[in-house]
Ligand binder design. Structure first.
Ligand code: IPM
Ligand code: MN
Length: 391
């Protein structure tokens, strides 16, 4: 594994982006400032005006031509959101097609080969519960999404565009190399979670379709009944990798059945590994299981190379309907910041302490989540900072 030289100070690029991305980035700055004081966290950051729709309006592009080269110099990236800047009621606002405004996201994931997208869905006490079944309080899964290829390679085209005979093609690419590293990473994470639960005296048991039970499980998602080629490749690689982890249970779900079971019995899932598009769709659903988009974090990492900057971002988008009104929930961004601190914490104990403290404050805040008296973005941020400084 490539390891960067020991870092005395972490350098983060803060990329607020568009819409509520700006508001939740303000929250992240305030919280990280408090943590820096409180945990002697050696973190510095630079707030960049790109990528953003505003940058496009001024310069004709979402970010400078050498954006990746500039970002490569940072240790880590924290992004708010990209897309329609809103507010939706402003009909005259400068707006771009999604394919343009969101393209930097894919450029960063691909450009830095951040091939694993990790999206945990944990239903913390106090979080909004959308499912009536009381067992839904036990949801604690990690969806790992392939982040470098698959349905997102963006190859194809439109033939005879606009005519009645038009044909659109969209190529999907699945390499054995990317499949193998992703699935192996999923098993590694399952083992870490298993060990963590054991240490906490909180073991869980997962049962697969054959009735086998294990204290950790990886569930593979495919659509191999209709898309057989990559489905078979994933299935074969999964079986080979699984044989190296005899203590980890295995399971498979077709993506449509997985959607059904995420709602019917989400507590039965531990680690879920899915292709780029399937993972994208499943993680919006998983976000709702943990309390909604307002609390769902996301990471884009290269587990084999810590020298490239990972990208942390909430799962949500720019939310033009509520942008600029102090209505955004900053906690998805703050949970993402906690995941960033976890990642830094693998090398730096002050960062690890900061991650624990921030997560505790977020959980304490969720526990008193009171929908009867809704709080604005800034109030939630102040409440969390108060908990941090008391903690
Ligand atoms: C996400 C988003 C992106 C994706 C879009 C904006 C391209 O939905 O991060 O989940 O599909 O990856
Ligand atoms: Mn998505």
């Amino acid at each position: 594994m490539a390891v960067a030289a020991a870092r005395s100070t972490w350098r983060m690029a803060l990329l607020p982006g568009d819409g509520i991305g700006v508001e939740v980035s303000d929250a992240a700055e305030a919280v990280l400032t408090a943590l820096r004081k409180h945990c002697s966290l050696a973190l510095e950051w630079q707030r960049l005006p790109w990528p953003s729709t505003a940058w496009h309006q001024a310069h004709g592009d979402m970010m400078p031509e050498d954006a990746l080269t500039q970002l490569r110099d940072f240790d880590t990236l924290l992004l708010g959101a990209l897309g329609d800047p809103g507010p939706s009621r402003d009909k005259q606002r400068y707006q771009l097609p999604d394919g343009i405004s969101l393209s930097p996201l894919l450029a960063l994931r691909k450009g830095f080969d951040l091939w694993a997208c990790e999206r945990p869905a944990i239903c913390y006490p106090g979080a909004t519960r959308y499912l009536a079944d009381p067992r839904a309080a036990d949801v604690d899964m990690l969806v790992i999404r392939e982040n470098s290829e698959g349905e997102y390679v963006n190859q194809g085209g439109r033939l005879r565009q606009g005519s009645a005979e038009e044909i659109a093609t969209q190529l999907e690419v699945f390499s054995r190399h990317a499949t193998e590293r992703l699935i192996r990473h999923a098993f590694e994470r399952a083992r870490q979670r298993q060990q963590h639960r054991k240490a906490e005296n909180a073991e869980r048991h997962y049962t697969n379709a054959a009735g086998d039970t294990a204290t950790a499980q990886v569930c593979l998602i495919t659509k191999r009944n209709a898309q057989r080629y990559w489905g078979e490749l994933y299935t074969e690689v999964f079986a080979t990798v699984a044989s190296d982890y005899p203590d980890i249970g295995t399971h498979h779900e077709l993506v449509d059945a997985a959607c059904m079971k995420f709602v019917q019995c989400p507590w039965r899932f531990d680690v879920v590994v899915a292709s780029n598009l399937h993972g994208d769709i499943l993680t919006d659903l998983a976000a709702v299981l943990s309390g909604g988009m307002g609390v769902a974090p996301s990471t884009n990492i290269n587990p084999q190379d810590r020298s490239v900057p990972p990208l942390f971002e909430p799962t949500h988008g720019s939310a033009p309907d509520i942008a600029g009104q102090d209505l955004a929930d900053p906690r998805a961004m703050l949970f993402s910041a906690a995941m960033m601190l976890d990642w830094m914490g693998e090398e730096d104990s002050a960062a690890s302490d900061a991650a624990t403290l921030l997560r505790q404050a977020l959980c304490a805040d969720l526990a008193v989540n009171n929908l009867a008296t809704p709080r604005g973005t800034q109030q939630i941020t102040r409440d969390i900072i108060q908990r941090l400084t008391e903690g």
